[in-house]
Design a protein around this ligand. Sequence first.
Ligand code: FES
Length: 146
Amino acid sequence: MYDGVYSEKVIDHFTNPRNVGEIEDADGVGTVGNAKCGDIMRIYLDIDHETQIIKDCKFKTFGCGAAVATSSMATEMVKGKTIQEALKVTNKAVMEALDGLPQVKIHCSLLAEEAVHAALWDYAERNGIKIDGLKRPKKDVHDGEE
Ligand code: FES
């Protein structure tokens, strides 16, 4: 590892990622990619319909180390939260929780955020509901990036 480039927390979540895997019969599944680097992220959500609480969250990725670390942290942060609270788990919040990412790796953190949104969108569509504040997610996070 490059000393000083990645925080200890990033290295920890990369080498020991939390919530890797898939949820059978998930209530929502979201997949996004980044055409520029070719990385892909998929997030699975298990949601309690009555309380709207995310009971479980898992991810799978063909992604770089920063994508793994941010997804690991993002899944930890949305688990146990309500859908509305989970929408506030932005890629910036995830990066802060990891004590930062190198500038060139910031885009990697968008995969997790967008994949969570895509999974919530999927949940809403399956149940015919609308989630306030949730925009139609991008399939490719590179769209609209400078
Ligand atoms: Fe593609 Fe990090 S380089 S997600």
